[in-house]
Design a protein around this ligand. Structure first.
Ligand code: NAP
Ligand code: ZN
Ligand code: ZN
Length: 349
């Protein structure tokens, strides 16, 4: 007999209703599953895009949240990596085929047969997935990450999305010593990009629409700051960067930012605006520039990033919130008023 686990969380019932308390069921712990109680969950701008159907029609009711950390309460009989009482984490993925070329390379986020997202996705049995704005979660051990006790646990949560999404492209393009890296947008992803860029040895410039973030950018380790609304500062930054890591969540003028790249420079998009931003061939041609994009990260690289952070004492700068204030947090996130990631204290659920 299949029993289910009673769970509670915050869900949007439709794309036009606010999140509110909701009871639902999770599958019982299977032989290879890990169940952990969620202690903290980061608030990603993707949560807001998805509950509002800004990218594509979502699956409702929707329990968002894919920056999840907690404590293991139960493991299946085949689980070797975890025991009850261990810290554990889950990011944006909870399953993939494991057999395609991309999965075999540890690029589960690009699974050729479709990976399963932590929420707003469908499990292989066709049931919807529900995310981390909830009290407990059951996930196959292959998609559960190990967390070091060295770092503050709430500040680790955002690493599961904001961390890996910025770490992965910086590693792929081997950004480091001798490179001039611009981080476009200083929010959740942007502040992690600054920390990693600095740790990897690049000269890091923040490109921001928010003048008051200059001091904070420098505190995060950025070497320079460019206020993008100031034509003089933009003029001085022309043709100066090897890489731009673009974390902007809204439509923006790519022509302007591409003009800041050096010859052979690369503009890497990780922000996902609801509407596309047009690019003309000329914007790339004048200097053989590349426009690229990168999605989250695979499981091996996510573990590598968590271990790197523990070793180098890197975590997110967070503001802890009560889950009841989630909509105030979203409103502030939309205004760019977050330093630099909201994290829900799940004890408030
Ligand atoms: P966030 O905390 O809201 O940060 C976005 C930042 O972009 C803002 O703080 C603001 O920085 C800047 N910005 C916002 N609107 C802008 C505009 N119209 N023009 C120029 N700059 C603007 O969001 P986040 O959680 O970091 O997520 C950023 C984006 O990445 C979202 O679209 C999210 O869905 C996406 N994302 C993608 C992946 C992936 O796999 N590729 C993973 C996670 C998230 P300033 O105040 O400094 O200008
Ligand atoms: Zn995210
Ligand atoms: Zn696959």
């Amino acid at each position: 007999m299949l029993t289910m686990i009673n769970a509670k969380g915050y869900a949007a019932q439709t794309s036009t209703t606010n999140l509110a308390p909701w009871n639902f069921e999770r599958r019982e712990v299977g032989p290879a599953d890990v169940q952990f109680d969620i202690l903290y969950c980061g608030v990603c701008h993707s949560d807001l895009h998805q509950i509002k159907n800004e990218w594509f029609p979502g699956i409702f009711p929707m329990v968002p949240g894919h920056e999840i950390v907690g404590k293991v309460v139960k493991v299946g009989k085949d689980v070797t990596k975890f025991r009850a009482g261990d810290l554990a984490a889950v990011g944006c993925l909870v399953d993939s085929c494991r057999t395609c070329d991309n999965c075999k390379e540890g690029l589960e986020q690009y699974c050729l047969n479709g990976s399963v997202q932590t929420y707003n996705g469908l499990s292989k049995d066709g049931t919807p997935t529900y995310g981390g704005y909830s009290n407990t979660i059951v996930v196959h051990q292959d998609f559960v990450l190990t967390v070091s006790k060295k770092l503050s646990l709430p500040a680790v949560a955002p690493l599961l999305c904001a961390g890996i999404t910025t770490y992965s492209p910086l590693r792929y393009w081997k950004v480091g010593k001798g490179h001039k890296l611009a981080v476009l947008g200083l929010g959740g992803l942007g502040h992690m990009a600054v920390k990693f860029g600095v740790a990897f040895g690049a000269e890091v410039t923040v490109l921001s629409t928010s003048a008051p973030k200059e001091e904070a950018a420098k505190k995060l380790g950025a070497h320079k700051f460019v206020l993008t609304s100031d034509p003089k500062q933009i003029k001085d930054a022309k043709r100066s960067f090897d890489f731009i890591l673009d974390t902007v969540s809204a439509p923006h003028d790519l022509k302007l930012y591409l003009s800041l790249l050096k010859t052979n420079g690369t503009h890497i998009m990780v922000g996902i605006s609801p509407e596309p931003s047009p690019v003309h061939a000329f914007d790339l041609m004048g200097g053989r520039k590349s426009l690229a994009a990168s999605g989250i990260g695979g499981l091996p690289e996510t573990q590598e990033m968590l271990d790197y952070c523990a070793e180098h004492n890197i975590a997110s700068d967070i503001e802890m919130i009560d889950i009841k204030n989630i909509h105030q947090a979203y409103d502030r996130m939309l205004k760019g008023d977050v330093r630099y990631r909201f994290v829900i204290d799940m004890a408030t659920l």
